[in-house]
Write a protein that binds this ligand. Structure first.
Ligand code: GLN
Length: 486
């Protein structure tokens, strides 16, 4: 069901919030043995919260925009009293004493949190294979990855485990798994959603955002968590749009869409290229004006992203030292050895690789050659987008250059894994909003996603265009079969 269907059903008493929560949790218990999307399931708590919603309904009280809606949350977003592991051994038993602001807002909105979803350790990866605990599988083909790092959150949408899940996006981790799983995923404008309680990977890039089956649900999911927060000084300080649904069905005639030719060059899968180009034609038929242009970003975006994100990660992850909280090595000889052994045993290979890369690019002698250059590139990329948005309402292209790949296919080649982010990382470097929407399927029935990029705080317009193409394509209710091997 969609969020709106659940809400209408609750209001008309077709079913109770408890029945809804129970049926979604039963489905998770039955089918997640196949997908492994969840790290924690919160059955008792969820049913209790649903009960509260039912009592409110019985008394005719307001239940909030997400009242009674089952929600899943990526396991790098702090939930009070519920384990928050970042899919890392180093936080295996960490139970936060506080909620992330986004979680507080979800609770105020009446959402029922049913569980925490799997991710690449500390959100570093593009396939969810870097989790310390388990490998999540793509419900469209269980032998393939769901994308990453929010792979559990995206798979839980494809699998129908929840109508709404939340992920985090530092370089594509909401959009790319959404594309791989045939879901809608939004990376909001930097600052629109508070990062307080989102365990930091790269603070200047991280944003929490919704993943859903439909565009309207995505809009509802964003409105529930956004807004200024005194706990996050980078959160938005101005008046923001609150109502994304009014006019979402309006027509899109006259909207100007720029298509960068660099997005369709070498390395792009031919089926993805074809599918995105077909969507462009559909936009044109609906009255949008399409223009090809040159956005001088190429693979240097990837280099800049991996330098900047790793630099920030190396600093952010310094806090896991075996002293303050989390895992501690059992045997050690003195404080320094304690830290070395704890970090050596507690972090996985990809996290260690990023910490090493990050400390290297920040070290004296290399700072100017790498970090400073990457920051200069970052400035340039912002300017290029700014120029583009003087002409266009949106920029459109593929979300990922590749289809969901086989589990294990890229784990031995980090560079190839990094290439999967080529269309998403620049958006984070610039701080812009972007939405990934399903636009078709490959011959082997694997989902394909396209990405609409908007100017700062243009989420409302993004949803409108995304809704238009979703209605035109009519593929949103297609469901995966949980089969193996295509
Ligand atoms: N795949 C990218 C990385 O590994 C993006 C991760 C993210 O957005 N959290 O860094």
């Amino acid at each position: 069901m969609t969020i709106q269907e659940i809400k209408q059903g609750l209001e008309k008493r077709k079913f109770s919030a408890k029945e809804i929560a129970k049926s979604y949790i039963d489905r998770i218990k039955e089918l997640d043995t196949k997908t492994q999307a969840f790290l924690t399931i919160q059955e008792d708590e969820a049913l209790k919260e649903a009960d509260i919603i039912d009592r409110k309904l019985a008394k005719g009280e307001k239940i909030g925009v997400l009242g009674g809606v089952p929600v899943a949350v990526k396991d790098n977003i702090c939930t009070r009293g519920i384990k928050t592991t970042c899919a890392s051994k180093i936080l295996e038993d960490f139970v936060p004493p506080y909620n992330a602001t986004a979680i507080e807002k979800l609770k105020e909105a009446g959402a029922i949190i049913v569980g925490k979803t799997n991710l690449d350790e500390f959100a570093m990866g593009s396939s969810t294979e870097n989790s310390y605990f388990q490998k999540t599988r793509n419900p469209w083909d269980l032998s393939r990855v769901p994308g990453g790092s929010s792979g559990g959150a995206a798979a839980s949408i494809a699998a129908g485990f929840v109508p709404l899940s939340y992920g985090s996006d530092t370089g594509g981790s909401i959009r790319q798994p959404a594309a791989f799983c045939g879901a809608v995923g939004l990376k909001p404008t930097y600052g629109l959603v508070s990062r307080y309680g989102l365990i930091a990977f790269a603070s200047s890039l991280d944003q929490i955002g919704p993943i859903t089956k439909t565009v309207k649900d995505c809009a509802i999911g964003l409105s529930a968590i956004q807004g200024t927060d005194k706990m996050d000084s980078t959160s938005v300080q101005k008046e923001i749009e609150r109502d994304y649904l009014t006019d979402i069905e309006g027509d899109i005639r006259g909207l100007k869409i720029g298509v960068p030719k660099e997005f369709f060059m070498d390395g792009l899968d031919s089926e993805i290229s074809k599918s995105v180009k077909e969507a462009i034609v559909r936009f044109e038929k609906m009255g949008a004006e399409i223009e090809e242009f040159s956005l001088p970003i190429n693979r240097s975006g990837l280099s800049a992203y991996y330098i900047i994100s790793s630099a920030e990660a190396s600093s952010n992850l310094a806090r896991y030292d075996g002293v303050r909280y989390g895992f501690r090595a059992e045997e050690f000889d003195g404080i320094e050895d304690l830290m070395v052994k704890t970090r050596n045993q507690g972090f996985g290979n990809e996290v260690k690789r990023r910490i090493m890369l990050g400390t290297y690019v920040l070290s004296s002698g290399y700072y100017d050659a790498y970090y400073k250059k990457a920051m200069q590139y970052r400035k340039k990329i912002r300017a290029s987008f700014k120029e583009a948005f003087e002409k266009y309402d949106f920029i459109l292209g593929p979300t990922s250059p590749v289809l969901p790949f086989k589990i294990g296919e890229k784990t031995n080649n980090p560079m190839e894994m990094y290439l999967a982010d080529v269309y998403t990382v620049n958006i984070n470097l610039a701080g812009l909003p972007a939405i990934s929407i399903p636009c078709g399927f490959s011959e082997s029935e694997l989902p394909i996603g396209m990405q609409l990029i908007g100017d700062y705080f243009s989420e409302k317009k993004l949803f409108k265009a995304a809704f238009a193409i979703e209605q035109d394509l009519k593929i949103w209710d297609k469901a995966p079969k949980f089969e193996e091997g295509r």
